[in-house]
Design a protein around this ligand. Structure first.
Ligand SMILES: NC(=O)c1ccc[n+]([C@@H]2O[C@H](COP(=O)([O-])OP(=O)(O)OC[C@H]3O[C@@H](n4cnc5c(N)ncnc54)[C@H](O)[C@@H]3O)[C@@H](O)[C@H]2O)c1
Ligand SMILES: O=C(O)C(=O)C[C@@H](O)[C@H](O)[C@H](O)COP(=O)(O)O
Ligand SMILES: [Zn+2]
Length: 368
């Protein structure tokens, strides 16, 4: 197929990320990633309506004997719950799924994280095929094996590391993605530039309009470069003992906002994950400047780029700084010594920082 790119994830976890238009129609390619006789296709209502039939038809043609069941949830972050996790396990039980069964995640990061956790737990771990349909899922959530559900107390608090067998990203699905969700994905794309690659930030800045207009060549390049950054850090540090934590830039603040808003997300009048991360990155950059670690000018420039991409850069009104700080205490990077943040020395160079004084964090939250 033309225009198809492949990024390899190597190291402890080894698999391909295949990126290109029309891949969901390639039933033989999908079927090659399904080993056994059972598959559970996990999706949400929006995505299932658009793409589930195509995936099912391709698989049925390439693998006539396959027992395929659907598990479809309503769309939205509020569905990434232990209750949905339990229902999906019941669906696997009803299917009679054996240990060689495959969970197929067709959708955005909510579906991918939930389906991934289901695959991690059914019979202590079965195959997972990620078919991301949002920009955010293509560049970030489908890759690297972090799977989870949320608790009312905090984002992704229950989960497991479970790598997919493959990631197949059909970029033609982005044509139906709402603008707001496209922008949310761009936040995680910008993140790679912010933490690893200042040149990529310049590249994105120069192509903001083309990205928003979904220019296929520019978007394809942005996806491939982002996947390469994620694949590299996952290969170095699959279980986040070290520099994989850089991928959490902006997330300590962002997750606190999402949790405090009750995961309202796009449909419930709150920020979605990418938007919350955009605000969080601006706050993390400001915190870095407030601590004298990084130039204020870099924080301003990051905020300008995110704004140019149509992303929010300030804490939504009505959120209490003290309540947000309290939420951060359950962040997964925190330890007995307290909060830890991903801060930067300058654009393109981030590191983990312990012992950050809470009064400085509170000042940044109050300035919001
Ligand atoms: N595991 C990880 O490493 C990782 C990384 C980043 C984010 N995440 C998680 O990912 C989630 C956010 O993912 P998301 O931004 O993809 O949100 P999402 O899964 O909620 O999808 C966003 C919206 O777009 C719709 N949609 C998806 N694909 C579509 C398409 N092609 N056409 C039309 N509509 C489509 C969905 O139905 C939904 O309404 C959060 O839960 C976040 O915590 C996980
Ligand atoms: O893959 C990672 O590692 C990331 O941190 C990617 C993040 O974009 C993502 O939102 C992740 O789910 C956050 O992880 P968490 O461990 O803070 O829940
Ligand atoms: Zn994220």
């Amino acid at each position: 197929m033309n225009n198809t790119r492949v990024v390899e994830v190597t190291g402890h976890a080894s698999y391909e990320i295949v990126i290109g238009p029309g891949l969901l129609g390639d039933g033989a390619r999908l079927a090659r990633q399904v080993r056994g006789r059972h598959a559970l296709l996990v999706s949400d209502h929006n995505v299932a309506r658009l793409y589930a039939e195509r995936v099912e038809a391709g698989l049925r043609f390439a693998r006539p004997g396959l027992a395929l069941a659907h598990f479809v949830i309503p769309a939205g972050e509020q569905e990434k719950t232990l209750a949905r996790f339990g229902e999906a396990l019941d669906a696997l039980a009803s299917l009679g799924a054996t240990r060689d069964a495959t969970v197929i995640a067709l959708g955005g990061g909510v579906v991918g994280d939930l389906a991934g956790f289901v695959a991690a737990c059914w019979m202590r771990g079965i195959d997972l095929l990620q078919l991301p349909t949002t920009l955010l899922a293509m560049v970030d959530s489908a890759i690297g094996g972090k799977t989870a559900v949320d608790l009312p107390a905090g984002k992704n608090l229950v989960g497991a590391f479970h790598q997919p067998r493959a990631v197949i990203a059909d970029t033609a699905t982005l044509a139906t993605l709402p603008d707001r969700e496209l922008r949310a994905g761009l936040a995680e794309v910008v993140k790679y530039g912010a933490i690893f690659d200042a040149g990529f930030l310049d590249w994105l800045d120069a192509r903001a309009e083309a990205l928003l207009a979904r220019d296929p060549a520019v978007l394809g390049e942005a996806i491939a470069r982002s996947c390469q950054h994620k694949a590299d850090v996952v290969a170095r540090d699959v279980y986040e003992h070290g520099d994989r934590a850089m991928l959490n830039f902006g997330h300590t603040f962002g997750h606190a906002i999402e949790t405090e808003q009750g995961y309202a997300g796009t449909t419930g009048g709150g920020l979605n994950h990418g938007e919350a991360v955009a605000v969080g990155m601006v706050l993390a950059a400001r915190l870095s400047a407030a601590l004298g670690r990084a130039p204020q000018a870099d924080a301003l420039r990051l905020g300008r780029l995110l704004g140019k991409l149509g992303l929010p850069t300030a804490i939504p009104p009505g959120l209490d700084p003290g309540a947000l700080l309290e939420r951060m205490r359950l962040d997964k990077k925190a330890d007995a010594a307290g909060l830890r943040f991903i801060l930067w020395d300058h654009a393109g160079a981030a590191r983990i920082a312990s012992g950050v004084a809470e009064d400085v964090v509170l000042d940044v939250l109050r300035a919001g």
